[in-house]
Design a protein around this ligand. Sequence first.
Ligand code: F6P
Length: 341
Amino acid sequence: MRVGVLTGGGDVPGLNAAIRAVVKRGEGAHGHSIVGFRNGWKGVVEGDVRPLVRDELRNVLATGGTLLGTSRFHPHRNPGGVEAVLATLEQERIEALICIGGDGTLGAASEIAAAGVRVIGIPKTIDNDVWGTDRSIGFDTAVTIATEAIDRIHTTAESHNRVMIVEVMGRHAGWIAVTSGIAGGAEIVLAPEEPFDIERIEKFLVHRHRAHASFSIVVVAEGAVPADGTAMSYQTEVGQFGEIVAGAIGERLKSEIAQRTGFDTRVTVLGHVQRGGIPTASDRILASRFGVAAIDALSEGRSDVMTALRGDRIELVDIADIAGKVQYVPEDLLRVARELA
Ligand code: F6P
């Protein structure tokens, strides 16, 4: 079988490990020929293909980014996009696609599957918000980086008696904020799942600094917002594609906290540092498991499904089921972050 592979959406560490697994297993165990599309769905529309062979994929397991390139282009949102995808697949004699991406890329995969193409999805996003899987590729590395950053910020917070705000990624769900906040011992964690009350934050900080500590760490997800009817007014800043702009909530909180408490306050926006560099062992393992499961599923005649981690097991979920849904941080995890403040 001739199989196409693409990576779409924001890059994450572990994508190359997934591509490598698809190619090694696909070529070695099933005798498939694998080709890659450059720059996500854009490359499929433009017919931008390159062969992927085992011998050329040495030493990619530990590399970050994606050797195929990526984009946030979605064929079904562009006139003639779906038709162009079908034409490329026919011209390149590609019988199935493995799409490695987050909700946007997988949503497009679902549309292409509905147009009659055999598709398998693999979830990746540092935000860990793809519905239907406990983990997505890239999340573990991002949490590791964010936790290290919080550890480093702790020392300056303590030395200077400051309130240090650390803004991490997470537009719709606060997975990175909550888990790195717990691991890094943050005093306050703010996630999109639980809109916050600035007056409660003010009271907490004033009490803490009077009672027993002269510094605090606040970890905030970029998509966190104040609760309706509370004292802070804040309009989420949105970019060209309707995305939440990083840096807006961190900066806004910094001025609000400094003005309300009088404490010396600083903000660090981690931004794309969280998505860069080498993948953790855990992300390499997850990516390898997903890659093998995806090509095996295709070889067994399955299609229109996404590989998912459920507990310790890799399972397959219908790709049509995940579209438009968000995997939020569960209440028990939010509670741990609250209770350890
Ligand atoms: O892909 C998810 C993500 O990492 C978000 O957490 C973040 O808001 C966004 O990507 C940033 O996107 P870009 O790289 O396009 O600025």
